[in-house]
Design a protein around this ligand. Structure first.
Ligand code: MTE
Ligand code: CO
Length: 425
């Protein structure tokens, strides 16, 4: 639990004066849409695609997006890391809608590059404080009862660069270390039961088959709760980047624990104090002490459009403000949006499924009068935890942190529709 999780009752929020005036989107009538119809050559002339046969079936045995969407790709920040093998790239959140991340666009975070694992040669071992140490092949795992669940994965370092002030110009870079896919796999509980966990057991340690041999300590309680050993994402095999052929799913907890290319799970009676839970993934507070084992990803949200990479190009009038919200504690119950830097808030419309520990999509449809905006969003989860301002966050955790930045993001929309990353706390 973090110090910044101050429960704020919905009643307290509703007492605040909510800015309602000027926020109804109205209809599109009278805008360019109606005026455009008369004499438009795109309507009166026959286009090539209307005249000639297109490609037949099997022209693309594995389909890819339209060439007109070629700019919708993962991107990295070259100066951020010394080598691409131990680095990160970012999900293009500003181009996506709904709550599912397409497999080819899920951000990647590797500590030793993408392991190229032959599934026929892959094994998963369960050892340590168990009655019977076990080794599973991929075939073995596919004979256990399966489950399908949709979860977000967020790297604890997401938004880490923004801790002291606004840095990177685009939600892809500030918030793009998150993705949300449907996993198919076997519950970790079932596999642990198969091995027979000894009564003295309190922790498990997943280990990756990549050259970093990623290892983290996870309390047994979580392992027996909702963790999955997954082999599919969005219906197809995991992508190599996401841990093919097997990864651990640790719902709501920091991405680092979701070990990819999962090869071993050790059961023990105390944590292992691995590199990734001592020198990394800990938060140095102002008093010199570090927070450790900060697993849960707190409620967070970001407006994905408009945003620096998705400026307003249509001028004033109806404007769709859209974004994503998520919480490692459960479901998102409410998202408020401000267009004036947090002075007034309006409750946004959540659309699509509201699933525990998954991304939620929100919209606020407004009539933009063409004046500059300071756009913010603030998420609240079903347990009443909400997103702090960045000042609240720094007051609680100091200036040294990288991980677990769930502070409120601000976008400055200018009169010409361009958007910039700024901080208003
Ligand atoms: N597992 C292994 N084996 N090796 C890694 O480098 N990186 C971790 C985690 N699991 C990592 C790993 C980190 S820090 C994160 S945020 C997630 O995987 C990223 O998952 P993704 O690449 O599917 O987005
Ligand atoms: Co990470």
């Amino acid at each position: 639990m973090s110090e910044t999780k101050t429960p704020l009752s919905p009643a307290a929020l509703s007492r605040r004066s909510l800015l309602k005036a000027g926020l109804s989107a109205g209809t599109l009538a009278g805008t360019a849409v109606a005026a455009r119809a008369a004499g438009d050559p795109l309507i009166t002339e026959v286009q090539d695609w209307n005249r000639y046969l297109g490609d037949g079936v099997q022209a693309r045995p594995y389909g890819t997006p339209s060439p007109y969407e070629a700019h919708v790709v993962r991107r990295d920040v070259e100066w951020l890391t010394a080598a691409t093998e131990s680095s990160v790239n970012f999900t293009p959140l500003h181009e996506l809608d709904g709550i599912i991340t397409p497999n080819g666009l899920c951000f990647e975070r590797h500590h030793a590059g993408i392991a190229d694992v032959d599934p026929a040669a892959h094994r998963l071992m369960i050892n340590g404080l168990v009655d019977t140490p076990l080794v599973f092949t991929m075939e073995d795992l596919k004979r256990f009862p399966r489950e399908n669940r949709l979860y977000f994965l967020e790297c604890a370092a997401n938004s880490g660069m923004e801790w002291r002030g606004s840095q990177l110009n685009g939600c892809q870079y500030t918030h793009g270390m998150v993705h949300c896919v449907m996993y198919t796999g076997v519950s970790l509980k079932l596999l642990l039961e198969e091995a027979g966990v000894k009564t003295s057991a309190k922790w498990v340690m997943p280990e990756g088959a990549d050259a970093s041999a990623m290892t983290r300590s996870i309390p047994l309680e979580k392992a027996l709760d909702d963790c999955l050993v997954a082999f599919k994402m969005n219906g197809e095999a995991l992508r190599p980047e996401q841990g093919y052929p097997l990864r651990l799913v640790v719902p709501g907890w920091e991405g680092n624990m979701w070990v990819k290319w999962l090869r071993r799970i050790e059961v023990g009676d105390e944590p292992w104090h691995q590199r990734e839970e001592t020198s990394k993934y800990t938060d140095l507070l102002a008093n010199g002490k570090a927070r450790r084992f900060t697993w849960v990803m707190d409620p967070k949200s970001v407006i994905t459009s408009p945003s620096p990479q998705a400026p307003i190009t249509h001028g004033k009038g109806p404007l769709v403000i859209s974004g994503l919200a998520w919480s490692g504690n459960g479901r998102i119950s409410r998202v408020d949006v401000s267009i004036d830097g947090g002075r007034n808030w309006t409750t946004a419309r959540l659309d699509g499924p509201s699933l525990s520990k998954a991304l939620h999509r929100f919209y606020l449809d407004i009539a933009w009068d063409g004046s500059p905006l300071l756009l913010q969003s603030r998420a609240m989860d079903e347990h009443g935890f909400y997103q702090p301002t960045k000042n609240e966050l720094r007051a609680a955790r100091g200036e040294n942190s990288i991980y677990h930045n769930n502070g409120i993001q601000t976008w400055h929309v200018k009169a010409d529709g361009t958007v910039e990353n700024v901080e208003v706390s």
